[in-house]
Design a protein around this ligand. Structure first.
Ligand code: THU
Length: 132
């Protein structure tokens, strides 16, 4: 599937965010663009630490930025990396995205502008939930 106009703004935002990734240990840069239900777009890039476990993924930076700005309703996250096949979010990000946006559309992409579309419920089978 190729990129439609609908997704090009998300691609550009994630691309710009990815340029600012601080992937100084892995050299694997990721950008994420998170769109709210009202259409506003927040972004994040991955940031790494010399204490590797302190590093944070692009998806969580985008989510935390949006939450810190008071947003609570999310529609789509667009994740961009330079992988051969569009990279899928890690387990920790899946849980957090599910916690705050259980109906989220997840679009994964790469620099060839290939996309894979899924949703968070499908990506996180049997999620942890306090209400279950
Ligand atoms: N990373 C992300 O930012 N998002 C993902 O979905 C997977 C991995 C980051 C974490 C780390 O900085 C680098 O990519 C390599 O794992």
């Amino acid at each position: 599937m190729s990129l439609s106009d609908l997704h090009s703004e998300l691609y550009e935002t994630a691309h710009n965010a990815r340029e600012n990734a601080s992937a100084i240990y892995s050299n694997f840069k990721v950008g994420a663009a998170l769109r709210t239900k009202s259409g506003k777009i927040y972004f994040g890039s991955n940031i790494e630490s010399s204490s590797f476990g302190l590093s944070i993924c692009a998806e969580r930076v985008a989510l935390f930025t949006a939450l810190s700005n008071g947003e609570r309703e999310f529609d789509t996250i667009f994740i961009l990396s330079n992988s051969e096949i569009p990279a899928s979010p890690c387990g920790a990000c899946r849980q957090l995205l599910y916690d705050y946006a259980p109906e989220l559309n997840v679009i994964m992409s790469n620099l060839k502008k290939e996309i894979v579309i899924d949703n968070i419920k499908n990506l996180l089978k049997n999620p942890f939930s306090l209400s279950s």
